[in-house]
Design a protein around this ligand. Sequence first.
Ligand code: AGP
Length: 614
Amino acid sequence: MCGIVGYTGHRPAGPIVIEGLRRLEYRGYDSAGVALFDERGELYIARATGKLDALVQRVEGTLPPAVCGIGHTRWATHGEPNDANAHPQLDPLGRVAIVHNGIIENYDVLRKEVAERGGLFSSETDTEVVAHLLAEHVARGIDLLEALRLVVAGAQGAYSLVAVSVDEPGRIVAARVGNAGGIVIGHGDGEHLVASDLGALLPHTRRVSFLEPGEFVDVRRDAVAYLDAEGQPLEKAVEEQPFDAVATAKGGYKHFMLKEVHEQPVTVLDAMRGRYLLHPARVEMDGLPFTVEQVRALTRVVIVGMGTSMHAAMVGRHYIERFARIPAEVDNSAEFRYRYPVLDEHTLVISISQAGETVDTLAAMDEAKRAGCPQVTICNTPGAQTTRVADGTVFMRSGPEVAVASTKTMSASMLLLHGIALHLGRMRGTLDPEVEARQVTAALHLPVAIGEALEMAPHLQRIAGRYAQCEDFLFLGRGLGYPMALEGALKLKEVSYIHAEGYAAGEMKHGPIALIDESMPTVALAPRDEVFDKMRSNIQQVRARHGAVIAVVSKDEHALDDLANDLIELPAVDAALVPLVAVVPMQLLSYYIALVRGADVDQPRNLAKTVTVE
Ligand code: AGP
């Protein structure tokens, strides 16, 4: 989704802003632009459709020696990706420039009003009208920040805005409205930065503050002032961030996705550190601020998330029911709030979001908050909005995940749900300490087992080569294999653009079986568990219709040797933890197929890492 960077200080702003945009590329975008003050205090504007390199080519040799500027990567919502719709957007006289993330829902009404006053528009965006309105207020002598406040008061939706004006070169103002897209302010010496996310600021400073919804900021070279929605001054703490910008480098891997897949043994270890304890073997999760009475009074757990996070939630449902013995359900965050959910103070809502800014998940959390539900969130991003809404946060500690396709954070989410389930089970008195101890010991073996799964990379690359030209895939699984089937299909779609369907295997004969022929391979998740025989029947049904089968089986499993076309043997782990090793071949298969097809693995078309629009 859209990325924002702004800089004011003593160093050349152009390269800083463009380099900041480079760090936001992973969010997904289709055009980019900058607005910089030249030496006369006039605005230099450059915009280009496509990747950032197109903008870099456009500005080559023409960047002014500016010390203040703003930049943007746009993920099109209103109007196709082209130069005219790229940001910054300007008022007709070019006195105000703005960049925007999110959606102005009543932009058409506002646009009509401006047009009736003679305003001429040069883009199809919902953004341009804000530049018009800001310029109208500024022309009447209203201070830029106050003008922004007035515009925001009339512009509905969830969005963030950053603006500059030729009347005050060196000043940047910004607003955050609702949950779509954060604004982070970076504090340096004699310089300040503004960005949509932390990653753009880290090369320059780790001292940051975050805008909450409804807040405004006035950023100058030597000072930063915060205001609330009423225009009253706000005190804000400056936080020191632990992330190191260098950690986002590819570290010798061809793609961030491959690097992040290979980080999973450490990801899981980091997620367990200080939480999975050995003497005695037990789990002590931080971030669960509930009393024993509250936990014992729980009647239900609802786990919400989107995409990969929702697939992790489906594994978590199994853990909560099995270890904590609380009825649990999973909902897609975007559906949750529109189905009039029945919620009360005895329903624990667990949300999962890597970014912690996913607007659908934030909306689901708001719904739960209104109903008085206790809430815990699983998140990878310190300071993210979800962590501010929930009563408690269990951090993934996965470090930055740069590839758009989530990999290591899914493993962290599944592991943490396992830990939360064990912790709640003990608090409720429903968990046999021996079961807890066995699960802890088994989980502590995971880094080794995931390492073994990663060693299958060459085998998976060979399988990928055999199937990379197929245009359709089916993924089937039962029980804990079902979310893996969904995730396998999602990963393949995302990074290789191959059409893939994930199904509960029992569902196959109720429709999807009609698709099967020799051109559509099936990836069957068939580890040795209580549903293995049923999975074998499904595989036989696929083979009977000439479909090729890639079977994912337990270590040393030979029951499918004559049936499957290709076998992927999983390392041995406790049955409850199979998803944490089974997800690895799902990720690698997709990665290698995408590689053969020459797809943009880290930044797949149309996708965004942080999804801040509904
Ligand atoms: C996963 O590969 C996708 N990029 C996507 O489905 C993602 O999991 C989803 O958008 C949720 O993101 P979040 O965890 O940051 O909320």
